[in-house]
Design a protein around this ligand. Sequence first.
Ligand code: S3P
Length: 495
Amino acid sequence: MTRAGSHGNGRPSRRARPAGGLGNLSGADTPQRSARVRRKIPVSHDSEPQPVTAHPGGPLNGALKPPGDKSISHRAMILGLLAIGETRVEGLLEGDDVLRTAAAAKALGAQITREGEGRWRIIGVGIGGMQDPADVLDFGNAGTGSRLMMGVVGGQPVTATFDGDASLRKRPMRRILDPILKMGAQVVSEAEGGRVPLTLKGPREAIPIRYELPVASAQIKSAVLLAGLNAPGTTTVIEKAASRDHTERMLRLFGAEVSVTPSGEGGHGRTVTLTGQPTLRGTDVIVPADPSSAAFPLVAALIVPGSEVTLRGVMMNPLRTGLITTLIEMGADIERLDEREEGGETVADLRVRASRLKGVDVPAERAPSMIDEYPILAVAAAFADGTTRMNGLHELRVKESDRLAAVAAGLAANGVTYAIEGDDLIVTGNGGAPAGGGTVATHLDHRIAMAFLVMGLAAGQPVTVDDGAMIATSFPSFRPTMLALGARIEDGAAA
Ligand code: S3P
């Protein structure tokens, strides 16, 4: 195991902070702005747990724009780093995860300035132009940032050490290392089982490969494509089930040649081919609202009686809308209004009214288009009439926590009937509010925390989550947003 950034007690040391310090991220920013950026970073692995409780109450009403999409925000930082010239981003998610990726991009040579809320400017170094970072790249809780950046480093002549918090240190990285080792990268050192902290040394030029993904994962697909940017030839990724396509879309936006053709059984899969060594040019990126964050106020509006909430500008990329499809099948009153194009994606306003939900069967093929939404779907299912069967959830076991186990424990703590059969989760509701009154262990997982706080807004008794700190990784404004709709969410355990 590498010694970089480790005390040997399983906790990253102070050295395992983003190189250059996050305060420097804003470059020419005013000191006040820099301080603001710094304050947004919760020091996840060092801080005390912060219990939070959601109380049942009256209807939720109002309109809101959910934060910028996390997947697109990470990619904007990464392609901004790899492009020549200036990239301007609007609507960037300023959550901890993305700020970690920004700090890593800066440590690898990009100049990054925060120009206002959600507005960032990146001056890239071009493919092949990165520098060795002076310090460990600490990705905190960010699986996507770390894995995509491993693809970047794994294809280019730089050496970097990756680390993160206790959650990231448990997550499998072998799935990324396998293809990038074939492309010429070397692992200098790694924690047991191919986990972080690990040090990666990229080749002068990557070897172009044809790679069939072992699991449907946009992160693996993206890592291979990003490594393939420095390969003299075409890199092909074959996926059996289509996963989110933000990397392909954004690579094209920056000037790369990427072809995507349907493949596999029933045309559900995709073959993605990238022509290597393009010149990526800095460009403007508009980040639409994140459907995975919108999911929390959306389900809250469905389950709190009498609610009506409008979510503005939510991305409707069909590879991300599995939850909305499922909720509509369950009887949810969700209207898609004013569909329009924004920054190369279809967005819509969603008008959501409290609804009587019924149990449904969610096919395994739908999982890639709603992979992050199962915790909140399980909460919706707890309020539905009948049984909801969520099939094929094996990938949930390797998210920020073992989400299948964490969701099951949260349901059990709040009196919900459920079963796990293999990789399937089965939740049975009686059409009314579950008991609630439980305390849920979040295991450093932001989506577990938000899902069960939403449950507490409509359960029989308040619901407490043991730690709300990680919510800042993806939805820093979650609490003020929910409070503005009329929710009651307070610090501390239930009295
Ligand atoms: C993401 C891909 C998904 C998802 C994650 C974001 C991405 O992970 O769970 O939150 O931005 O590529 P997998 O690719 O591992 O399914």
